[in-house]
Design a binder for this molecule. Sequence first.
Ligand SMILES: [Zn+2]
Length: 410
Amino acid sequence: MEKNILFYVILAILVVQYLVHQYLEYLNAKRFKSTLPPELADVFDEDEYQKSQKYKQTNYKFGVISDGFSLVLTICFLAFGGFEWVDQITRSITEDSISMALIFFGIIMLGSAVLGLPFSYYRTFVIEEEYGFNKTTKSTFWSDKIKGSILTVILGGGILSLFMLFYQSTGPNFWIYTWIAVGIFILFINLFYSRLIVPLFNKQTPLEDGSLKSSIENYAQKVGFELQNIFVIDGSKRSTKANAYFSGFGKEKRITLFDTLINDLSEDEIVAVLAHEVGHYKRKHIIVNLVVSLLTTGLTLFILSLFINHPEISLAIGVSKPSFHAALVGFALLYSPISELTGLIMNYLSRKFEFQADDFAKTTFAATPLVSSLKKLSKKSLSNLTPHPAYVFVHYSHPPLVERIRNLKA
Ligand SMILES: [Zn+2]
């Protein structure tokens, strides 16, 4: 079959993206062994430093292999008519366009989930296990996968069906209705994420009364932050790595601390981490992130609405009959350079916000315990202390440790 020009554009996008990302990985890997800045000299002892070097190398090699595998597979699938094959199967089952889209995406996502399984299994039970991070049991691993898939089917399938209903009933304005629906969905998930999604995977318990809770409450009161919800999550069920995060807004706002964080950090350090999270809220980062994601969603849907009716977009993925679902795949592939760009902007913004939240913690609480908590967390997760600036620019949502420490000490 004659391939159209967009088919080759898609191949070029995939290859260029792969090469750029691999080059960044390579640049980053070249700096693994560079000397540590003096501020970070006390993060690791010699043994741990060697271990962190090995961990970075292992992850680097794993990434080269898994990214390479996924590129080769995608290109073969495109080149040998994989989408056409799935489209034929779909069309043999139903003629209804919404059902067709659900089956089409169902098959493709099932296929990629199955092919991705060995990689995810290897990462958890070989790499993370070898470095002592893994606490996930086999049964947790499988139940996570099953619950994740069910959630994707329900939420993804629901949104896709709604999207197509709008397309069928409102014509060229479908993007506005879809935007509103997706917007409501994003808001809803933001508000109720901790209440509805997290309990499917983790146990959350309110932080028990005691000196930690009173220190936190004292701090919250001092900065005028109304805090009813402090929860402890059983992160130790999966990994020794520690974390804390903020979610929701208004009455639904809450701070979630990993049990691993509580075990590893001193009381002052925990309050400092919490002060950083409160900083995100006080500096309106939660709202700004929400608005930015609403705007990028709207922009993407608008651009989609300009192209969705061009049969070339469908045919670009090698199918013989244009359809809404094929056009969505074609669009997603062609749009990916723009998604990369919005991703860059989001990461840039996020790194700015991290500095602002650190500054908030510094002025309202103290810099020293935050510095020591960041060092402990980096040590615990064997993080890369000398990332390449270009790699940071593209991939990091948080500034590198040394920059955060310099900022906190400034
Ligand atoms: Zn933060």
